[in-house]
Design a protein around this ligand. Structure first.
Ligand SMILES: Nc1ncnc2c1ncn2[C@@H]1O[C@H](COP(=O)(O)OP(=O)(O)OP(=O)(O)O)[C@@H](O)[C@H]1O
Ligand SMILES: [Mg+2]
Length: 274
C-alpha cells in the first residue's frame, strides 16, 4: 500500500436537504466498512443536533463540547458502536458546539486522526444544509457522498450543495447515493437527472455510489437501537448498503492531498476564521 492509501480516509455524508438518510447511511456504511475488516470511526458532525448515539440508545456524558472546553480528552468521548465502530458523539442542543469555528472543527478531526489505534476510515455525518460546518467537513474529506431521494426538493438541494462545494471550494469528486427508491431503475433515472444538471451548468461529471431501496427494516432496526446491517444483515437495504461501502472502499485518495487536514482548507476559508 502506498502512503496515500495507508493514511486515514475521510468520507463525508451530506445532502443539502434534511431527512433523506445521511445518518442512516453513515452509520450503516461505517458498520459495513468495519465488517470488511477496517478500523472505522463514525463522527457525528451534525453539530448541535447530534443523534447517532441517541439512535443506538447509547448514553453518554461526554461529547465534543467537553473536549473543546478542556473537560476531557477526545479519546474519552469515544463510544463503542455496532461491529466495533468507534463513535464520536457530537453534542446535542448545545449552542457553543453549534457555533464551532472551522479551525476548531479541523482540530477535532485532526485529533481523531491521531487516536490509537489509527482509523482506516473516518465516516462523517455532516448534518443537513450548506452552512459552514457542512462545507468545512466536506472540504476536509477525501470523498463527499451526496444522499438524494426521489423528491424535487432533495434533488434541488443536492445540486445546490454540489455547486457550492465545486465553485467555492474546488471539490470535484462527488459520489451520489439515491436512497429510499421503489426500484433500481428509478434510482438510476434520479442519478441521471442530477448528473445531467451538473454537466449542463457546471460541466461536472458525478459518480453513482449506489441505489438503496426503501426498506422497512431500516425503521425496525432503530426500534432495536441497532444498525440495519447488524439487526437485519440479509435485508435488501443491508445488501445495497454493503455494495455502496465496497464502492467507497475502493476509492483512491488524491496522491497530492495532504494528510494534514489543516493544509486542505484553502487560504480563503482560513482567512474567514476568527
Ligand atoms: N432506505 C431507507 N428505507 C427506509 N427508511 C429509511 C431509509 N433511509 C432512511 N430511512 C429512514 O428515514 C428517516 C430519516 O433518515 P435519517 O435520519 O438518516 O436522515 P438524515 O438525512 O440524517 O436527517 P437529518 O437531516 O434530519 O439529520 C429515518 O427514520 C431513517 O431510518
Ligand atoms: Mg441525520
Amino acid at each position: 500500500m502506498d502512503s496515500a492509501q495507508s493514511r486515514t480516509r475521510l468520507i463525508a455524508f451530506s445532502s443539502g436537504k434534511g431527512g433523506v438518510g445521511k445518518t442512516f447511511l453513515s452509520l450503516n456504511v461505517a458498520v459495513a466498512l468495519a465488517q470488511r475488516g477496517h478500523s472505522v470511526m463514525l463522527f457525528d458532525g451534525d453539530m448541535g443536533l447530534a443523534n447517532v448515539h441517541v439512535l443506538l440508545g447509547i448514553h453518554t456524558e461526554k461529547d465534543i463540547s467537553d473536549v473543546l472546553a478542556g473537560r476531557c480528552a477526545l479519546a474519552q468521548t469515544i463510544l463503542k458502536g455496532p461491529a466495533g465502530v468507534r463513535i464520536v458523539p457530537g453534542a446535542s442542543g448545545k449552542r457553543d458546539v453549534a457555533e464551532l469555528s472551522m479551525l476548531e472543527l479541523t482540530r477535532v478531526l485532526q485529533g481523531l486522526g491521531s487516536l490509537v489505534p489509527a482509523a482506516d476510515y473516518i465516516v462523517i455525518d455532516t448534518g443537513a444544509g450548506i452552512g459552514t460546518h457542512v462545507t468545512t467537513l466536506a472540504q476536509l474529506s477525501d470523498a463527499i457522498v451526496v444522499v438524494v431521494r426521489d423528491e424535487p426538493a432533495s434533488l434541488a438541494d443536492a445540486y445546490g450543495l454540489i455547486k457550492v462545494m465545486y465553485q467555492e471550494f474546488g471539490s470535484q469528486r462527488f459520489q451520489i447515493v439515491v436512497n429510499g427508491v421503489s426500484n433500481p431503475v428509478r434510482g438510476n433515472q434520479i442519478f441521471e437527472r442530477l448528473q445531467n444538471v451538473a454537466m449542463k451548468f457546471l460541466g461536472l461529471p458525478l459518480e453513482l455510489a449506489g441505489v438503496i431501496p426503501q426498506d422497512s427494516n431500516a425503521i425496525a432496526a432503530i426500534g432495536r437501537r441497532d444498525a440495519l446491517l447488524t439487526a437485519f444483515p440479509d435485508s435488501v437495504g443491508a445488501m445495497a448498503v454493503r455494495r455502496v461501502a465496497a464502492k467507497l472502499e475502493g476509492l483512491r485518495v488524491d496522491a497530492g492531498s495532504s494528510p494534514f487536514l489543516i493544509d486542505r482548507l484553502d487560504a480563503v476559508s482560513l482567512g474567514a476564521v476568527t
